[in-house]
Design a protein around this ligand. Sequence first.
Ligand SMILES: [Mg+2]
Length: 439
Amino acid sequence: MTKGKITKLSVSDVRFPTSLEQHGSDAMHTDPDYSVVYVVIETDGGLKGYGITFTIGRGTEIVVCAVEALSALVIGKSLEDIVSDFRSFYRLLTSDGQMRWIGPEKGVIQLATAAILNAIWDMWARAEGKPLWKLLVDMEPRQLIRCIDFRYLSDALTEQEALEILEKAKEGKQQREEQMLKEGYPAYTTSCAWLGYSDEQLTELCSAALAEGWTKFKVKVGADLQDDIRRCSLIRKMIGPEKTLMIDANQRWDVAEAITWVTKLAEFRPLWIEEPTCPDDILGHAAISKALAPLGIGVATGEQCHNRVMFKQFLQASALQFVQIDSCRVGSVNENLATILMAAKFKVPVCPHAGGVGLCELVHHLSIFDYISVSASLDNRMCEYVDHLHEHFKSPTLIRNAHYMPPKDPGYSTEMFEESVKKHQFPDGEVWKSILEKK
Ligand SMILES: [Mg+2]
């Protein structure tokens, strides 16, 4: 692998005006404009890597700034240098002696780290001519472990334990890979029931989803209890008693309120309540988990979980029953590998968060890897799917019979069409120019 040194890193603020149609609206984010910070890295040997992190409009320019601040740590390195000691490179980005003060490993700087590292992983997979999931599946356990920064984890998961989990899962890998290629990884849909959608829209989208073969549905809740009861009842009636329903409050409640509110929705038998309260409140989630366990309702969270250390504590405190990793919130594949392995040790299913722009494209690579190389189980496991904005990606997701089919193109499915990037650049792309002129 001698493809030269990284000589260029460019970053763009790309926004889609989704708030105009209430796509993505929930109890806390009522008008999201789905956006990405789009990073392209290039080597002098002609290799490219594309990376994103996800944002929802205003503030994207701050993440762009953070990427620019980190770019000096990337320029001049070769891909070979980076991936031969990926753990050290991860730490170089996340533990820079001055920049770590504005994190560490959380918030804007970690979103920026995610965008850059996603681009590096994309470049690596391209250099190997493999889709990212396959690059991971083909790696030896020791090589995978060398990508992970185990700092702060050893009280919950040691390197040796992580290695044993991966060694043990070697059994049956080939069959599971074949199964994935044939059947794909189970998905659920969040497209039917955004909070801002009318009942008519909800009914229409739900019957279309049923006709397409979807069996697992998520409903946004948390703004008004009577509305929630009406909407959950509507969906439960439409999907029938056998199919799966999940609810998502997007951090709306205090702890006691979450317990009371969800108890009132228990008759609709949700599998989980997602983000019932502040995403940082580990003990609060533990209290909610304990109170809802007798009702058969689990707690799911993770899309705004800062880093692997928080996931460690959520797992140690039995504060979640579903781990929702996100491909763009934490330190890319490196940090998600740590969380996937901790979840395996604690025997908690990983059900990734997706949607937004590109989150589906990226994260299903990790679900497929998780099944083939780590968990070896599909019990209570599924990956979120939202049917928006896939047309802007060169290797969009392929859903067949409510399953994510494994991507075939080399890379991490992160490359966008140049035209899409150009048109949606904020504020000078033509889409935004015309919107801003009308304001
Ligand atoms: Mg959510």
